[in-house]
Ligand binder design. Structure first.
Ligand code: RP5
Length: 164
């Protein structure tokens, strides 16, 4: 039987980004969203990047999460090659601690947007991807609702300061 296609593609520029991008993978699992992980580099594997982005929609992906550090061109270049929404994760990989990557990803020219999350915040990228999917997927929506409820409960259960 043919395996169901992944809905979210999680890509990153290097194996060294994996520990940061792990939270995105973990969040996808938690929300029961089909996903795939790949190493795709704008600078070191440009042909693979073109191929990945140009075929992403045909391969069933609905959203792409792209993480990269330093001169982080991966999210923007991928966004330029597909109409799928691309969420960029700036990674703190250099002496500039992610500021370089953040600015590289967020300062896209008009016409090719990349939704950019905070430095190293791949978990929020996954949640945003889930919210996009939830517009057309009731199961993802229900899983997101229960994630939000348990997050609220956790905060309240652990609060040590109470208003009168
Ligand atoms: C970027 O350069 C990668 O996304 C990574 O964050 C950074 C360093 O890569 P390595 O030199 O560790 O492979 O392209």
């Amino acid at each position: 039987m043919k395996k169901k296609a992944a809905a979210v593609g999680i890509i990153m520029g290097s194996n060294s980004d994996l520990s940061i991008m792990e939270k995105a993978r973990e969040t996808m699992e938690q929300l029961e969203i089909r996903h795939e992980l790949s190493i795709v580099s704008a600078h070191r594997t440009p042909k693979k990047m073109f191929d990945y982005a140009e075929n992403a929609e045909k391969n069933g992906l609905k959203v792409i999460i792209a993480g990269a550090g330093g001169a982080a061109h991966l999210p923007g270049m991928v966004a330029s090659l597909t109409l799928l929404p691309v969420i960029g994760v700036p990674i703190s990989a250099t002496k500039l601690e992610g500021q370089d990557s953040l600015l590289s990803i967020v300062q896209m020219p008009y016409g090719i947007p990349v939704a950019t999350v905070g430095i190293d915040n791949s978990g929020n990228a996954a949640l945003l991807a889930a919210q996009i999917l939830s517009l057309q997927d009731e199961k993802v929506r229900a899983n997101l609702q229960s994630f939000r409820s348990s997050q609220t409960k956790h905060i309240m259960d652990n609060a040590t300061i109470f208003a009168d």
